[in-house]
Ligand binder design. Structure first.
Ligand SMILES: Cc1cc2nc3c(=O)[nH]c(=O)nc-3n(C[C@H](O)[C@H](O)[C@H](O)COP(=O)(O)OP(=O)(O)OC[C@H]3O[C@@H](n4cnc5c(N)ncnc54)[C@H](O)[C@@H]3O)c2cc1C
Length: 598
């Protein structure tokens, strides 16, 4: 073929006319599926990505600068819509717009949820989607490296190789440098009698645990979907990628009662000419939890009433598209700590930062080698609150529909009822964390892992170039406020543990004068943000329970169309989401190929 001496296709005119599979989005899930499908040289795969390749900027590659790509050209710079439950506040929701997607922006916490977090997916009517069913795919994704001798001399980190992969493309390893106050945190955890998990990967990802990172242990740089799944496949002549182009529509043909995908339309900007490629087998959506439902809607798949409002001809009536959006909402308690030892904020000191940078450049060691968050807490309700019985009673008596947007249909409410019941029973369970605590030099970020509230994603117009209207739903349910309020009270008790008290903490946020429940709730509503984990907006589940895709990730009512990204999670796990996104995508690739990994 004259055109393909590499697989990066610079000009749309140079693409083939048709591909077996066209993947929308080159993030965590899109690159995973494209890589696996193109292992068969007879299968042609095209990935279309809105963003560009990054240039290995320091803020992308250096662990100590993780998150630095937020707000740059590699970010969609999107926001959730103004939220009444937050006093009308707008919360920004960064999302990767670059080859590698959000795995180029993320904070590099590489952890899994607990067994029960995945087993509930199966209980919602998704056969085979349980911890055991995803575990082979967690392993397939992972190239695990145990901690260095140097780290082990200081830290009692344990791991169980039975739960890790060592041949996968994504590096997972521990920071070669762990900030000193992490020890105070670990000791405080012990002083509080909190369970410490030997290895979060085992499905016991609650209590406290050392958290691995998506960190290349040799170069001590970020390992992203781009290095893991694009670089390793870029020599394949049957794997093409075009960047800087946004998919504008999935073209669908409805004839003789059969509704079928025929092609994918894309353009480099809103006023550029639309191009099309034909799809021989399937279009695979991996545009992320905010953009995938938007793309379905502008393509005529969604709630007919909404589609008519935005002048899109309905082709498949699937009102659940965009519903069930949820995210890990988070509050923060900040203590100034008085300590002479090194802390994270030290990197803001120019002299210290310059020395640290030298150490990193010369030896790949020191503060810049850590993305922080080396030890995380995921606390069941009964561990962080004495009120679990009363919270359970309130939830049991609660109004289910009030956690949902007002336009949720009967099917959506029915599916959510099952989630509500499950969330409520888990208030009394000890096998998954409800509250995450991320410690950073006296600041404690408190993330609600099993929120009740649900929002929705809606295309704002028929143009994909108009950002979707994403209602986070944050704090729509008063139970979520209550669970966070208990979290703040816990953080205040926890900081008094001997090992944290030794740092002479002084609370500045919310501050000593904020103590009554009413004041705490006002603080929570006025300040919460996100842990960047939007999911659930094209839920996997039975159609009559608000499912958008079935257990094979096929979109209901149309042939040749799957969703493989984070929007299919029926419910968020209690963990950061990248490993779950990879696990789902690895499993999706096997489902599409009709094989099963062990
Ligand atoms: C700031 C931040 C910090 C995070 N921290 C962590 C962390 O520490 N640990 C963790 O586990 N997870 C973290 N995450 C989440 C993690 O990165 C995601 O779980 C994961 O990347 C989701 O994969 P995805 O494939 O669903 O979406 P993405 O990786 O976001 O990929 C979607 C891709 O689709 C492209 N796209 C969208 N629309 C179109 C279109 N119309 N046409 C073409 N392309 C399109 C996007 O540009 C993007 O490249 C973080 C995320 C962010 C943003």
């Amino acid at each position: 073929h004259p055109l393909f001496n590499g697989v990066l296709v610079e000009r749309a005119e140079d693409l083939s006319e048709a591909y077996d599979y066209v993947v929308v989005g080159a993030g965590a899930t899109g690159l995973t599926v494209a890589n696996r499908l193109s292992e068969d040289p007879a299968v042609t795969v095209l990935v279309i990505e809105a963003g560009q390749f990054d240039q290995n900027e320091d803020f992308v590659t250096i662990p100590g600068l993780a998150g630095g790509a937020v707000g740059t050209k590699y970010d969609w710079n999107t926001s959730y819509t103004a939220n009444d439950a937050l006093g009308g506040r707008v919360v920004s929701i960064p999302q990767g717009k670059v080859v590698g997607g959000s795995t180029k922006l993320n904070r590099m916490a590489f952890d899994r949820g607990s067994k029960s977090d995945y087993n509930v997916w199966e209980s919602f009517g998704n056969s085979g989607w349980n911890f055991e069913g995803i575990l082979p795919y967690f392993r397939k994704n992972e190239n695990f490296t145990p901690p260095t001798e140097e780290v082990l001399a200081e830290h009692d980190i344990k791991w169980d190789l039975a739960f890790h992969g060592q041949k996968g493309p994504m590096h997972s390893s521990y920071s070669p440098f762990i900030w000193p106050t992490t020890k105070n945190l670990i000791n405080a955890t012990k002083e509080f009698g909190i369970y410490i998990s030997n290895d979060q990967a085992s499905g016991n990802a609650y209590g406290g645990y050392y958290c691995p990172h998506n960190l290349d242990p040799v170069n001590v740089t970020r390992s992203s979907a781009k290095e893991a799944y694009y670089d390793t496949a870029s020599a394949r002549q049957n794997f093409h990628i075009i960047t800087g182009n946004q998919v504008t529509q999935i073209t669908i043909e409805a004839a003789n009662g059969v509704v079928k995908v025929t092609g994918v339309e894309f353009a480099s900007s809103s006023n550029a000419t639309r191009q099309t490629v034909s799809v021989s087998q399937e279009a695979i959506l991996a545009a992320g939890a905010l953009h995938t439902p938007q793309l379905l809607q502008v393509s005529g798949i969604g709630d007919p009433a909404h589609l008519k409002n935005i002048n899109v001809e309905p082709i498949v009536a699937l009102p659940a598209v965009g519903q069930n959006l949820h995210d890990h909402v988070s509050a923060i308690v900040v203590n100034i700590i008085n300590t002479t030892i090194l802390t994270g904020s030290a990197l803001q000191n120019a002299t210290f930062a310059a020395q640290a940078r030298q150490e990193y450049d010369a030896q790949r060691k020191g503060p810049y080698s850590s993305p922080t968050a080396d030890f995380l807490l995921f606390l069941p309700v009964s561990v962080y609150s004495n009120e679990s019985a009363s919270i359970h009673a309130q939830a049991s008596a609660g109004n289910v529909a009030s956690s949902l947007p007002s336009d949720a249909t009967r099917e959506v409410v029915k599916g959510y009822q099952a989630q509500y019941d499950s969330l409520t029973s888990r208030l009394l369970a000890n096998d998954s964390g409800t509250l995450e605590i991320i410690w950073a030099d006296g600041a404690m970020v408190l993330g609600l892992q099993h929120p009740y509230s649900r929002g929705s994603v809606k295309a704002a117009s028929s143009s994909i170039f108009d950002p979707p209207i994403a209602d986070s739903g944050f704090l729509r349910s008063p139970l979520d406020v209550l669970l966070l309020r208990e979290g703040i009270k816990f953080a205040r008790r926890f900081i008094k543990s001997p090992s944290l008290a030794a740092l002479n903490p002084f609370e500045v946020v919310p501050g000593a004068n904020v103590t009554s429940d009413a004041d705490l709730d006002e603080f929570i509503r006025g300040s919460v943000g996100t842990l960047y984990h939007p999911a659930g907006s094209c839920k996997m589940g039975p159609k009559e329970e608000g499912g958008v895709v079935d257990g094979e990730l096929k979109v209901y009512g149309v042939q040749g169309l799957r969703v493989v990204d984070q929007s299919v999670f029926p419910q968020l796990p209690a963990s950061h989401t990248m490993t779950t996104a990879y696990g789902v995508a690895e499993k999706a690739a096997d489902i599409i190929r009709g094989v099963q990994s062990k």
